[in-house]
Design a protein around this ligand. Structure first.
Ligand SMILES: Cc1cc2nc3c(=O)[nH]c(=O)nc-3n(C[C@H](O)[C@H](O)[C@H](O)COP(=O)(O)OP(=O)(O)OC[C@H]3O[C@@H](n4cnc5c(N)ncnc54)[C@H](O)[C@@H]3O)c2cc1C
Length: 227
């Protein structure tokens, strides 16, 4: 895990060193609302894909959930790490010097993030979140160990044979992606789908995409040919 922790001998306190690092002007929620605001995209939140899959008649599905769940855990369960987020409002203008401080050893939580540093918001109090790692709850992180990779490879073989589904993202590709890598994987999948289905313009009034999600952001999208 230490491989993911950058060590610096300068005063750059950013975690990543990418040239461009910004928050979306109006925040992530608004950004995704705008991406999904299209007459041919329908979003259904709070819906478990497995509860509705029998009524999805799509030519192609983009699946972003855990890959082992898609195949009914037929080769066993892949471990995913989860996090319990404990939010707190503290009546002090600033709680810590920077946005995120890691606590790798001495506490049950691993990180404290103070959002004010990210948003530039001015207020008398401040909001922080502590992250407690756990193995139950929403799956967030794959657990990159050789034995898990071997199980994943079995699922990946099945996925490659499943021609009408694209498996995209951290949980479906069992990869430790950061956001930019996720976006890269999504664009790559989109390009290959456009090459495959691009010639088929939807008829007027067709729904081109339907997004189902547990929590509120993009999850399982069904492409042209939806009933
Ligand atoms: C605490 C934390 C901090 C992070 N910080 C950073 C950071 O600072 N910088 C950075 O670059 N990256 C960061 N990341 C990583 C980044 O958030 C992920 O790489 C990215 O969100 C993964 O996107 P994804 O679409 O692959 O998967 P997810 O965001 O996990 O999306 C998967 C979606 O599938 C949905 N889903 C799953 N199963 C079902 C089902 N059965 N039915 C319906 N919907 C389902 C889920 O609800 C979810 O919406 C962080 C991650 C975490 C957990």
């Amino acid at each position: 895990m230490a491989a993911r922790v950058p060590a610096r001998a300068n005063r750059d306190d950013r975690y990543f060193t990418d040239t461009f690092q910004y928050m979306p002007l109006d925040g992530y929620t608004r950004m995704f609302e705008r991406i999904l605001d299209h007459p041919r995209i329908r979003v259904e939140v709070g819906v478990d894909f497995f509860r509705v899959r029998h009524r999805i008649r799509a030519k192609h599905i983009v699946y972003t959930g855990p890959i082992d769940a898609y195949f009914g855990h037929c080769f066993g369960r892949l471990p995913y790490r989860s996090i319990e987020f404990r939010h707190e409002h503290v009546p002090t203008p600033k709680y810590q010097l920077v946005g995120t401080v890691n606590y790798p050893n001495d506490f049950r939580f691993t990180r404290i993030t103070e959002f004010k540093h990210l948003t530039g918001q001015k207020a008398h109090g401040t909001s922080i979140v502590r992250e407690f790692p756990c193995d139950e709850g929403d799956p967030y992180y794959p657990v990159p160990r050789p034995e898990n990779e071997a199980v994943f490879k079995q699922y990946e073989r099945l996925a490659k044979e499943t021609d009408d589904v694209s498996f995209v993202g951290r949980l479906a590709q069992y990869r430790y992606y950061n956001m930019d890598q996720c976006v890269g994987a999504a664009l790559k999948a989109a390009e290959s789908l456009a090459a495959r289905f691009g010639a088929q313009e939807p008829r007027s009034g067709d729904t081109v995409g339907r997004v189902h999600t547990h929590a509120g952001t993009g999850a399982v999208a069904a492409l042209p040919g939806l009933a």
